[in-house]
Design a protein around this ligand. Structure first.
Ligand code: NAP
Length: 217
């Protein structure tokens, strides 16, 4: 299986590092192709760099590790290549204020995942994942001992669930399903299951994560 990671910044870079450390093949793309090439060089033979279109075309799974507005543009430009692919959305619908704060860019109750679901081809397999921790915690919590850290995901799609469970395990975390896409708000920023929402900065293990999922939002 090949995983395209579009965006090699805070989140895409860490996801790429963890997947390669776990033995997964990745193809990287960024706005500036030299950023993807530099990361591929750092990661070695399991990683390569390509244009966005080449990366998506070469992959079975596409992680859209970019800001939501960019995701919308990329789907508009590359939707023809996304038929039948598993699409992983880690985005949070926020804009930064430059002073350490942020504000939502979508109305309360509307998830970024629901927006993306409406833009993808009907036969794409969408899953919300890899966005429930801040980038620093994502970087430092892989293969945590003795209790692995949990990463939540949400999807309506069994193929996407199986694929993302494999990727989350490969990345060094325990996968915990929250529910379908309508539950994605719970794992987007400020949701009750996001590190910087109801989890108050904590990085939970799978038992703690399942107990938190069971608590109604
Ligand atoms: N940062 C966090 O703690 C965090 C936590 C959870 C979820 N998220 C979500 O993860 C997503 C990425 O956040 P981030 O912090 O990783 O952002 P970031 O560090 O700013 O990285 C954004 C990446 O997107 C790439 N990009 C921008 N426009 C592009 C285009 N047209 N085509 C291809 N690549 C493009 C950039 O390429 P260049 O390198 O060439 O500029 C860069 O690699 C966001 O949706 C965010 O809400 C972030």
């Amino acid at each position: 299986m090949t995983t395209a990671i579009i965006g090699t910044g805070n989140i895409g870079g860490q996801v790429a590092r963890h997947l390669v450390a776990g033995g997964e093949q990745v193809v990287l793309a960024a706005r500036d192709e030299s950023h993807a090439a530099a990361l591929a060089d750092e990661l070695g033979p399991l990683a390569s760099a390509a244009s966005v279109r080449q990366a998506i075309a070469a992959a079975d799974v596409v992680v859209l590790a970019v800001w939501l507005d960019t995701t919308k543009t990329l789907i508009a430009e590359n939707g023809d290549l996304l038929h039948g692919k598993v699409v992983v959305d880690p985005s949070n619908p926020i804009q930064l204020d430059g002073k350490g704060g942020f504000s939502r860019t979508l109305p309360e109750g509307q998830s970024a995942a629901s927006v993306i679901a409406g833009l993808l081809p009907d036969d794409a397999h969408l899953v919300k994942a890899f966005g429930t921790l801040g980038a620093e915690a994502l970087a430092s919590s892989a293969n945590r001992k003795p209790r692995p850290a949990a990463l939540f995901y949400a999807t309506d799609d069994e193929a996407a669930a199986a694929t993302v469970e494999h990727l989350i395990a490969t990345a060094g975390f325990d996968a915990v399903k929250v529910g379908g896409l309508r539950d994605a708000t719970r794992i987007e920023v400020a949701g009750d299951l996001h590190q910087y929402g109801g989890l108050n900065g904590n990085v939970v293990d799978a038992d703690e994560a399942r107990a938190a999922v069971a608590v109604a939002a």
